[in-house]
Design a protein around this ligand. Structure first.
Ligand SMILES: [Zn+2]
Length: 343
C-alpha cells in the first residue's frame, strides 16, 4: 500500500514543479530562469532567524503522512531553503520587484506592505493552481490508502474550498497588479504589530477571514463569489525583533472588523491571539524549533489541534478557540502598533 502512495507522492511532486512569473508585466521583461522565490522576507534574517541547524518546522502534508495520520496534519522538519519558497517569479522580476523589501530594513512603509501583500497573494495563487492540478492524484491516494467515506467527504470539502479560493486569488492578484503598476498604495490598509523579539512563528499568507476574534461571522466563506481577504506576514527584523503585518483592501469590511475585534482584546492576550490566528489560518507558516522543543508535549498537542482546526469543513467557531487565550505562551510581547488606514 505504501508503495502505491509513494508513487502518487512522486507524481504530486511533479505537479508541484510548476513554474510561472507572476510579475504584473510578465511575460514582458521576463528572464529565462524561474527561481525559487522566498515568501518570508529575508532582509531581517528570514527563516534563518528562527532556524536550528538550518531547519524549521512547517506543514508539508504528504500522502504518506496523511495516510498514516488519517488526514491529520503534523509539523515536519524542513530545510530553510526548501521552506516557504515557490517558483512564482523569474529571476529578473523577483530581484527588481521585491528590492524595497529585500534590501531595505522593514519600516512599515506603504510600498513595503504592498509588496509583502502581493507576494502573499502570488504564493496563494501558485499554491491553489498547483493544488487543483493535484486533486485527481489526491483522490487516487485516498482510494488506494483505504480512506473511509468521512475522509473522502473531508477531502471533497477541501477540494471545493480550493476551487473557490482559486477564483478569488486570481481576482485579487489582478487588482494588486494594477496597484503595483500605478504605484498607488492608497487602496490598501495595514496594521503592524512590532514585536520585542523575533516571533517564534514566521509566515506569509492570504486568509479569507470567517469569524472575528469575538466569534461574530464576518462572511460566508463557502458561498460563491469574491471573498474578502486579509494578508498576514510575520517577519524577523535585523535588530533581533520582528513585525506582524496585516494588510487588506480598504474598501472591504470583513478584514477591518477582524482587526477592530483584535484590537479590542486586552494587551496581555494579543500575541497569543495573533499567533493562534496564524497557526489556524495561514498555511504558509514556519515554527522555530527552539520554541517548539520548549513546549510540553500536551501544549504541542494543543497547537496541532489549532493547526488542524483551520482546515475546512471543521473550522472552529472563533469564540470557541479563543475561550482560553493564555493556553500557549508564545514568548513574545508587542512593543508598539502602527496603522496605515487613511489615503
Ligand atoms: Zn518575469
Amino acid at each position: 500500500m505504501s508503495r502505491a502512495l509513494a508513487d502518487i507522492e512522486s507524481k504530486v511532486r511533479k505537479v508541484r514543479d510548476y513554474r510561472v512569473c507572476f510579475h504584473p508585466e510578465a511575460p514582458r521583461g521576463c528572464s529565462a530562469q524561474i527561481i525559487a522565490s522566498h515568501t518570508v522576507q529575508r532582509c531581517g534574517g528570514g527563516l534563518s532567524a528562527i532556524a536550528q541547524q538550518n531547519h524549521v518546522y512547517g506543514c508539508l502534508p504528504n500522502m504518506i503522512q496523511l495516510g498514516r495520520t488519517g488526514g491529520f496534519v503534523e509539523l515536519t522538519r524542513i530545510g530553510v531553503h526548501q521552506a516557504s519558497t515557490f517558483s512564482g517569479f523569474c529571476s529578473t522580476h523577483d530581484c527588481r520587484l521585491f528590492k524595497p523589501v529585500e534590501t531595505q530594513i522593514f519600516s512599515g512603509s506603504a510600498e513595503q506592505v504592498a509588496l509583502l501583500t502581493f507576494r502573499s497573494v502570488a504564493r496563494e495563487l501558485w499554491e491553489k493552481r498547483v493544488r487543483i492540478r493535484s486533486h485527481p492524484l489526491m483522490r487516487e491516494a485516498l482510494t488506494k490508502g483505504g480512506s473511509d467515506a468521512d475522509g473522502q467527504r473531508l477531502f471533497e470539502a477541501m477540494a471545493d474550498a480550493d476551487e473557490l479560493d482559486l477564483v478569488c486569488a486570481e481576482e485579487i492578484k489582478h487588482d494588486l497588479d494594477s496597484i503595483l503598476v500605478q504605484q498607488d498604495w492608497s487602496a490598501l490598509a495595514s496594521i503592524v504589530f512590532w514585536t520585542d523579539r523575533v516571533p517564534p512563528i514566521l509566515a506569509s499568507a492570504l486568509i479569507y477571514p470567517e469569524f472575528d476574534f469575538e466569534g461574530r461571522q464576518l462572511q460566508d466563506v463557502y458561498s460563491d463569489g469574491r471573498l474578502e481577504v486579509i494578508a498576514v506576514n510575520a517577519i524577523a527584523s535585523a535588530d533581533r525583533k520582528g513585525a506582524i503585518i496585516f494588510s487588506w483592501f480598504k474598501a472591504e469590511s470583513a478584514p477591518a472588523q477582524l482587526i477592530e475585534s483584535l484590537l479590542s482584546l486586552s494587551e496581555s492576550v494579543l500575541p497569543a491571539a495573533i499567533f493562534r490566528f496564524i497557526v489556524e489560518h495561514a498555511e504558509n507558516h514556519y515554527v522555530a524549533p527552539e520554541w517548539w522543543s520548549s513546549l510540553a508535549s500536551d501544549r504541542r498537542d494543543v497547537v496541532l489541534q489549532h493547526l488542524n482546526s483551520g482546515i475546512p469543513p471543521i473550522r472552529l467557531h472563533g469564540s470557541q478557540w479563543f475561550s482560553n487565550p493564555a493556553q500557549i505562551d508564545f514568548g513574545v510581547g508587542i512593543d508598539r502598533v502602527t496603522m496605515l488606514t487613511t489615503a
